[in-house]
Design a protein. Structure first.
Length: 133
């Protein structure tokens, strides 16, 4: 499973323009959202979490979705970039006999925060929100 961060679609003018997106695994999306303070355990109302069982899917894999005002996200990204130490990465590891977490390379968090910043700036200049699903 994966999570895509994107500029919320403009319902007036659909299609034709390639808008910035960022697609990451669920585990890495949680890392990003945690760095931004946008996870329920930190009291964020902007993100909803559930298992697929709650969505009538037997795979029982967590999913994340939410939305945020672009100026709020921009502020959160800038704060995370200012406060976060350099990402040392995470080596791959087995979660169980059937599942492997592929990890992430050193510097991954700062690079993805930079990409999210670009999405937030793009959305902000167009007075649109950012969502993820």
């Amino acid at each position: 499973m994966s999570v895509t961060f994107r500029v919320r679609p403009d319902r007036i003018r659909l299609g034709g323009v390639d808008e910035p997106t960022l697609n990451v695994s669920n585990a890495n999306a949680r890392t990003l959202l945690r760095a931004l303070g946008l996870v329920p355990e930190l009291g964020a109302a902007a993100v909803a979490t559930a298992t697929h069982d709650q969505k009538h899917d037997p795979s029982n894999v967590d999913y994340l979705d939410g939305e945020c005002d672009s100026s709020d996200l921009l502020g959160r990204v800038d704060l995370a970039l200012a406060l976060a130490p350099a990402d040392a990465g995470l080596p791959w590891h087995a979660l169980d006999t059937r599942t492997t977490e592929c990890g992430r390379r050193p510097g991954w968090l700062q690079d993805r925060l930079g990409e999210l910043r670009g999405i937030a700036v793009y959305a902000h200049t167009r007075r649109r929100r950012v969502d993820w699903y």
